[in-house]
Design a protein around this ligand. Structure first.
Ligand code: BTN
Length: 267
């Protein structure tokens, strides 16, 4: 059961959110896509204890032991011009990073577009998926997975050196609700900034968390590799890189952060 303080639940419903808790589901993103196609309204929020087919970005899976994580998807319908939609993943990452900082005191870093890193590895990720109806955008699903309580041994062996959790970073055992409500409030606030076309404000806030700005990064695109120095994002949420000769811009691709000592991959 979601244990929200009444005031918080009231504020959430004033923001147009309605919350539903699921013990087990294939994926909260998939379920929201299905619900949206069946007529669910924007504002529906699904939280699950456990996912049997959790989805990550770039066709990967997202696995988490029961109740170890916050697994949440939010159905939204951003009232924006199509070219501003590229900022939805950015806004989602900012909202999650701000909520984590607010409740844990730990400031995560963002790796474009919205992987959240601690000092020990990736602690959260966001998967944004669009729902189309007759080629028209019907809604957008913002799915977030945050590792809350995991210890190193709770991750599969291949992830133990590059996955982290709020517990591993701070020693704090936060409940899902402690993070969920601030996250939804932040998401609501930043989605409104997007709808008000406050693009510069979004870019500035993102850059406070951007840990690849000024760093050498490698972008994999169409099977090829491109190296450059991170220059932040533009007003459409695209990644800017300095190639050594000119500025490059990426709206899709896979990014790997390169450190001199070793590579830290973004998953
Ligand atoms: C990533 O690859 O970094 C994104 C991971 C997103 C995982 C979350 S968990 C809740 C929601 N439901 C899913 O199936 N995926 C997202």
């Amino acid at each position: 059961m979601i244990n929200g303080e009444p005031g918080k639940l009231e504020r959430l419903s004033q923001s147009g959110f309605s919350l539903e808790y699921l013990e087990q589901i294939d994926s909260t993103n998939l379920e929201l896509i299905r619900r949206s196609k069946a007529g669910a309204k924007p504002g529906l929020v699904l939280v699950a204890d456990f996912q049997t087919q959790g989805r990550g970005r770039l066709g990967r899976s997202w696995e988490a032991k029961p109740k170890s994580s916050l697994l949440v998807s939010v159905l939204v319908k951003p009232e924006v011009e199509p070219e501003a939609l590229g900022l939805v993943p950015i806004v989602s990452g900012v909202a999650l990073a701000m909520a984590i900082e607010e409740v844990s005191g730990f400031k995560p870093g963002l790796v474009w577009p919205n992987d959240l890193f601690g000092k020990k590895g990736k602690m959260a990720g966001v998967l944004v998926e669009s729902v189309f109806e007759q080629e028209e955008l019907k809604a957008v699903v913002i799915g977030a997975g945050v590792n809350l309580w995991q210890k190193k041994e709770d991750f599969p062996p291949e992830l133990q050196n590059r996955a982290s959790s709020i517990f591993l970073e701070t020693g704090k055992m936060l409940s899902r609700d402690q993070l969920l409500f601030p996250y939804l409030e932040q998401l609501d606030f930043w989605m409104k900034r997007l709808e008000q076309e406050e693009f510069l404000r979004i870019v500035e806030k993102y850059s406070e968390f951007d840990i690849i700005k000024g760093k050498e990064v490698r972008v994999m695109r169409n099977g090829g590799e491109i190296f450059g120095i991170g220059l932040g994002i533009d007003k459409k949420g695209r990644l800017k890189l300095w190639s050594g000769e000119k500025e490059l811009c990426f709206s899709v691709g896979e990014i790997v952060m390169v450190r001199r000592e070793k590579d830290v991959v973004s998953d």
